[in-house]
Design a protein around this ligand. Structure first.
Ligand code: URA
Length: 431
């Protein structure tokens, strides 16, 4: 395999045979192909795309670059998993995992850190005092068996090709390509070895996929890869025009997830949690349909069993589940509505930028983050507001940080006359 020649063929729009893609990925992981050639290849893929056969070959080359966890095989029963393509205020895993586990279905999952402007579950979980996200493979499997749930960071030996390629994509403007995203996400799902997965494909200005058509294409590519690997896959296309729930920022989001597993929480967030849990239960070995899954998920939120699992899970990973122990920011500022009217838009990306400015996210990989800071959007799209009424809350390290975030946050809100057309949260479900 000649790397330069393979790049040239991809650049010219040729289809690359599976064997050559496998060799290219393996050589890159062994450091025999340098970053500049891998980057050129990724850019050629960004412009030319990959055929379904190439996407399949790339995915399996990535799976083959490391070990496989074989979760379902090791637990001896069906294991379910969920994944989101990345959103703002997306703390679904932290609430849906305890619900599913409380209903008797094992939920063992590897999560990631924040990417670009979107937050990551691991960063959120690390805002819980003492919480340990680094579990060995054996710890992950044993904890899932014993208490029904474990959420950990990806171990170094699982899909190392994705880790390396993802880092390169992040800095070469090659993240937002359907085949590359599908291969990246599904290689990790296949290597982890759950039996079924619910994929939440975010759509809108706060997501990588900006249109429903692009999101559907990504969903179908991921579904095909999962099914070829023997996995049941359900994709939900969900709105990411505005943040999910109210809280954006690590400890603030954990608190909101805790409120939700305790039976409260914002309506849109609870709806997505119950919907995803219902899909996961229907894909499990409980032998229930989605309607019964929904009924059981709602019961787990109401009867305290989801909260009990949440507490056991957090303790098992060394954390303190008491929300009063979450870090809090020294400055909490209320942001007043500049005019009366209805909230027509609450732009997710700008809210995410306000949270980043406060220190809740990273501008470059490896940067430390401030777990206490963030934004709480009290008024969401469609809400009628009076001038001067609190629109949102800023949780900041200092007054200067709050000033900067306030200007960004006000620009995220569009307030106008008349109620806007309602926009559904779940746009489409692909079974
Ligand atoms: N999440 C991933 O894991 N990979 C991508 O490429 C995009 C989102």
């Amino acid at each position: 395999m000649q790397a330069a020649e393979l790049i040239e063929r991809k650049r010219n729009g040729e289809e690359i045979p599976a064997g050559e893609l496998r060799e290219f990925v393996a050589a890159y992981v062994r450091d025999e192909v340098p970053d500049y050639q891998a980057a050129a290849f990724l850019m050629a893929v960004w412009f030319r795309g990959l055929s379904p056969a190439e996407t399949y070959a790339l995915t399996h080359a990535m799976v083959a670059s490391g070990e496989r966890l074989e979760l379902a095989t090791r637990l001896g029963r069906r294991v379910v998993d969920k994944h989101s393509t990345g959103g703002v205020g997306d703390k679904v895993t932290i609430a849906v995992g305890p619900v599913v586990a409380a209903c008797g279905v094992p939920f063992g999952k590897m999560s990631g850190r924040g990417l670009g402007h979107t937050g990551g579950t691991l960063d959120k979980l690390e805002s819980i005092p003492g919480f340990r996200v680094e579990l060995t493979t054996d710890e992950l499997v044993d904890q899932t068996r014993e208490i029904g749930i474990a959420v950990a960071g990806q171990t170094a030996d699982l899909v190392p090709a994705d880790k390396k390629l993802y880092g390169l994509r992040d800095v070469t403007a090659t993240i937002d390509q359907v085949s590359l995203i599908a291969a990246s996400i599904m290689s990790k799902k296949i290597a982890a070895g759950a039996s079924a997965v619910v994929l939440d494909v975010k759509v809108g200005e706060g997501a990588f996929m900006q249109t429903v058509d692009d999101a559907r294409e990504l969903a179908q590519a991921m579904r095909a890869l999962g099914e070829q690997a023997g996995m049941d896959v359900v994709c939900e296309l969900t709105d990411m025009g505005q943040p999910l729930g109210r809280a954006v920022g690590n400890a603030l989001e954990v608190r909101e997830a805790w409120e939700t597993v305790s039976g409260g929480g914002p309506e849109d967030f609870r709806e997505l949690v119950v919907g995803a849990a219902a899909q996961l239960l229907a894909l499990s070995d409980l032998g229930v349909d989605e309607a019964e899954g929904r009924r059981r998920a709602e019961a787990a939120l109401e009867d305290g069993s989801a909260l009990a699992v949440y507490e056991r899970w957090v303790r098992a990973q060394g954390g303190d589940p008491d929300p009063a122990r979450l870090p809090t920011a020294p400055v909490v500022r209320s942001v007043a509505a500049p005019a009366s009217g209805h909230v027509h838009e609450l732009r997710a990306r700008r809210v995410a930028i306000a949270a980043m400015e406060l220190g809740a996210g990273r501008e470059v990989a490896g940067q430390p983050i401030d777990h206490a800071v963030g934004v709480v959007c009290l008024c969401k799209r469609g809400r009628q507001v009076e001038a001067g009424e609190p629109l949102a809350e800023i949780h900041a390290r200092d007054e200067a940080g709050a000033d900067e975030a306030e200007a960004t946050l006000l620009a995220a809100y569009e307030i106008g006359p008349g109620a806007p057309e309602p926009r559904p949260l779940v746009l489409e479900v692909i079974h």
